[in-house]
Write a protein that binds this ligand. Structure first.
Ligand code: COA
Length: 329
């Protein structure tokens, strides 16, 4: 009995915001953004699009590629830090959009590693509940919690969604060779959306302080990100009984090219084995890894049997990694 990835797809909104567009909005430059982050442009949701809309489009594509109808799903999990509402869950809205009912639905909030967490949570739920098919989506509209007057943060983030269908069956070898998840809440204040939750509910004062938007201590986040990514990757590799050389691909969370590079160097992995698309999407949080995997799959870069390390880090702080045997042809 094993669980495999049956299909993968992604969706990003059409609207593109380039670094040159940002130069008109805040005191920044294309050169500063590119050299400090590796980002050239990012996609932004249209005014009438919310996280569930991006997630639904990615889900439809993944279902089509799996040749499945939404009614065949047993479970819908959406990894997101930017849900449409606190309740109902974005998963329930995606279920409604897909025109189906009855499945177990919930959101998974673990910030940027949300998709890596959600894969394991879905896997455990499928085993506990005897489920056959699950939809797992990483989806974000970070543009809605970004202060577009704050140059320290607004250059970094983008919107998008990536979806996988997981299948559990008796004649399948498990695609998951290992996983490791971790967190450290003592670092919670380094990256936080302070307002509009139960701590600081929406009020004129909250809006005055712009506390509905994310706040970040960039340098501290950078330092912990490199450590968290490295530790997660090493533990996941060890648990899989593999060395870095045994990997065909590393797909890191796309937060910053310098974090990716520092992690790559510490792990001793050659550049050509690390997939990078941050230049075109920015940091899409929980969506970044499934978008990257979907792109790689469409470009024919992932072959059946490839060993792929996913590794991510984000607010919380949370971190995690998983080693997969790629199963989508
Ligand atoms: N354009 C131009 N200048 C900018 C700028 C921008 N968009 N943003 C910040 N600056 C300025 C700062 O104000 C500062 O100026 P000062 O020295 O006059 O005060 C200077 O650039 C250096 O700022 P600093 O924050 O030290 O830069 P940095 O090299 O640490 O790079 C980040 C900033 C945000 C790119 C970097 O810290 C980072 O990537 N951190 C991790 C962020 C992240 O990945 N978050 C998500 C985790 S999932």
């Amino acid at each position: 009995m094993g669980i495999r990835i049956r299909s993968i797809a992604h969706y990003v909104p059409d609207r593109i915001l380039t670094n040159h567009d940002l130069e008109q909005m805040v005191d920044t430059s294309d050169e500063w953004i590119r050299t400090r982050t590796g980002i050239r442009e990012r996609h932004l949701a249209a005014p009438d699009q919310a996280t569930s809309d991006l997630a639904t489009e990615a889900a439809r594509r993944a279902l089509e590629r799996a040749n499945l109808s939404a009614d065949e799903l047993d479970l819908i999990v959406i990894a997101t830090a930017t849900p449409d509402h606190f309740f109902p869950s974005t998963a329930c809205l995606v279920q409604r959009n897909l025109g189906t009912r009855g499945q177990a639905c919930f959101d998974m909030e673990a910030a940027c590693p949300g998709f890596v967490y959600a894969l394991q949570v879905a896997r455990g739920t499928m085993m506990a509940m005897d489920y056959r098919y699950s939809l797992v989506v990483g989806a974000e509209t970070l543009s809605r919690v970004t202060d577009w007057t704050d140059r320290n943060t607004c250059v970094l983030f983008g919107d998008g969604a990536g979806a996988v269908i997981l299948e559990r069956s008796s004649d399948t070898e498990d695609a998951f060779l290992s996983a490791f998840l971790g967190g450290d809440g003592s670092l919670a204040d380094l990256l936080v959306q302070p307002g509009c939750g139960s701590r600081n509910p929406a009020s004129p004062e909250v809006l005055e302080r712009k506390d509905q938007f994310l706040k970040m201590k960039g340098r501290d986040v950078f330092k912990h990100a490199v450590l968290g990514m490295q530790e997660s990757a090493l533990i996941a590799l060890e648990k899989a009984g593999l060395r870095a050389d045994d990997l065909d691909w590393v797909v890191p969370h796309q937060a910053n090219i310098r974090i990716i590079e520092a992690t790559r160097e510490r792990l001793g992995i050659p550049k050509e084995k690390v997939y990078v698309n941050i230049d075109r999407y920015g940091n899409t949080s929980a969506a970044s890894i499934p978008i990257a995997l979907s792109e790689m799959s469409s470009r024919g870069l992932l072959q059946k049997g490839h060993r792929v390390l996913l590794v991510a880090f984000g607010a919380g702080f949370t971190w995690g990694a998983t080693v997969l045997r790629w199963t989508v042809s």
